[in-house]
Design a protein around this ligand. Structure first.
Ligand code: ATP
Ligand code: MG
Length: 517
């Protein structure tokens, strides 16, 4: 129980921020017990912790919330979970304008009944640290640390340090009991295995498989938080420091574990429809396997791009026509964008995230071949997808390619596309970028305000996309004068030429390699 090795001790102490130590000492001065607990102790003890070390610091104490508040002036208590937020700044417990962060000081608690399997019926405070550690989910999360006379002591009642060393996720106590108290813990087990690169102990894993249905009692909000952490976890080969000892973890393995345990039936059941579904001559993997690999190899750390990588082919099962070598998935990109929207809405992702994922999936089939594609068609692509989204769209394409088993992440074609995007990025790709606007038309050409203005601008844009040299005030006004003679319907048809051209491009896709992708 005692970890008294001095050198180790000193190193550990150094890693704990001064203000956190002050909080422990302040509580003890007032005759209360105080420990650093939970995830931060786990991360502190790890050789290669995620994100380089603990993010937030949690303190457990036998002081009641009101007593904690009395000790720390700059604190707040706004929930019923016994947690008081103590605001601190880098220097200590100072108020003023310095950047503040919050240490959560929580009164010892004990597990109470969850009759709805969602929320504890009532928060019960406990008397001892033992009780408080016993209600925590996993052994590696049930460690406490005490600071005394400039020494640290680890309190390890459930074998957390051993499991940490062996890289194992194991419940505190009987897994079946712990999962029926709170079913989210099953997903948390997988989340920690993804983020930390740990494996889940056999009995714990078996129990998740047995109890997976209980996840249906958990709110979508809580599920989303854990799913997001799984998606954002580092792939083993990428950024997990120099730790090459673990080949486990990462988002793709996390999603696969959700599938294997049956939990995914209550998270993204739509993904399950791609399991075992073969594609066509361009693909060696099934739809499900390809989706996981696209996520695994996604070069972007962004949530939106990773979600798009996982979901980009979500509508392939339902759009599949034919079998074998020549099966097609026509329109799976556009249908997929809508399916993804439904999934992400259900899981309560924020609107901006949903819109971005939708756009990426909707546009992921863009055709690009340097020999065939003109600058104007790249301008149209940028117009559809938005210049600010092009990097993410290319990252998604890279994920898609690597997830198909293509060895080269970024072939000449995509590098060439980046070059063209760069080159055209100053060209007009939206009406806003035209050198004249609606007011100019009204003032100079005396056109009456109305739908005709918009239609003329649309035609002008279509023409400028074809030839950016036409984007001067003089040329545009002259052309607008001509266009003003046409009626609205004709103008709309002319603007539509652009759409027709887009269709032509898509027909090319049909012929080309990507039509079946
Ligand atoms: P992270 O680094 O992602 O914040 P964490 O371990 O701190 O990881 P939190 O979700 O912040 O995870 O929870 C803090 C601590 O509270 C956990 O380490 C665990 O001891 C306990 N805990 C959190 N959620 C549960 C739960 N559902 N059941 C039991 N204990 C839990
Ligand atoms: Mg935490």
């Amino acid at each position: 129980m005692f970890d008294s090795y001095q050198g180790h001790n000193k190193k550990m102490l150094k890693k704990i921020p001064k203000p956190v130590i002050n909080i422990l000492q302040e509580l003890e001065k007032n005759k209360f017990e105080a420990y650093v607990v939970g995830g931060c102790v786990r991360d502190l003890l790890m050789e290669n912790p995620p994100a380089g070390g603990p993010k937030d610091w949690d303190v457990a104490t036998n002081a009641q919330p009101e007593e904690v508040q009395k000790i720390f002036e700059d604190s707040f208590y706004e929930n019923e979970f016994g947690t008081v937020g103590v605001k601190i700044s880098e220097q200590g417990t100072v108020s003023s304008e310095q950047k503040k962060w919050v240490v959560e000081v929580t009164t010892y608690r004990i597990e109470s009944k969850y009759s709805d399997k969602r929320h504890p019926d009532k928060i019960k405070f406990a008397k001892t640290l033992e009780e408080d550690l016993g209600r925590r989910d996993f052994t590696i999360n049930a460690l406490a640390l005490k600071v005394e006379n400039n020494l640290t002591e680890i309190i390890d009642l459930f074998g957390g340090q051993k499991d940490l060393q062996k890289k194992i996720i194991r419940t505190v106590g009987d897994p079946g009991e712990r999962f029926s108290e709170d079913a989210l813990r099953m997903m948390r087990a997988i989340r920690f295995s993804s983020v930390l690169g740990f494996s889940i102990e056999k009995k714990t894993l078996e129990s998740i498989k047995k109890n997976s249905k209980l996840l249906s009692y958990v709110s979508h909000e809580r599920i989303k938080d854990e799913l997001q952490k799984i998606i954002l976890s580092d792939s083993p080969a990428s950024t997990r420091g120099n730790d090459r000892s673990s080949t486990r973890g990462g988002p793709a393995e996390g999603i696969d574990l959700l599938h294997e345990t049956g939990l995914n039936n209550f998270i993204i059941p739509e993904l399950e429809k791609g399991v075992g579904v073969k594609q066509n001559l361009h693909h060696i993997y099934t739809i499900y396997k390809h989706s996981l690999l696209a996520l695994k190899y996604c070069p972007s750390p962004k949530l939106e791009v990773r979600l798009a990588a996982l979901l980009h082919d979500i509508a392939k099962p339902q759009t599949k026509r034919g079998e074998g070598t020549y099966a097609t998935f026509y329109n799976h990109d556009h249908v997929g964008a809508r399916v993804a929207e439904k999934i992400l809405e259900r899981l309560r992702f924020p609107r901006e995230v949903i819109e971005k994922v939708k756009l990426l999936i909707d546009q992921h089939m863009f055709y690009y071949n340097p020999d065939e594609v003109t600058e104007s068609s790249v301008r149209r692509l940028v117009q559809r997808a938005g210049l600010q989204n092009m990097k993410d769209l290319i990252d998604l394409r890279i994920a898609d390619r690597l997830g198909s088993g293509t060895p080269k992440a970024k072939p000449y074609k995509l590098r060439h596309l980046e070059y063209v995007i760069d080159k055209i990025s100053h060209d007009a790709i939206s009406v806003k970028m035209l050198k004249i606007n609606g007011n100019d038309l009204i003032k100079t050409l005396k056109i009456k305000p109305g739908p005709k203005i918009g239609a003329i601008l649309d035609v002008l844009l279509a023409e400028v996309i074809e030839d950016p040299a036409k984007n001067t005030q003089e040329l545009l006004l002259a052309r607008a004068k001509e266009l003003d003679k046409e009626n609205l319907e004709v103008l709309r048809k002319m603007a539509k030429v652009r759409i027709e051209e887009k269709k032509e491009e898509e027909d090319k896709e049909l012929k080309g390699k990507y039509w079946v992708k």
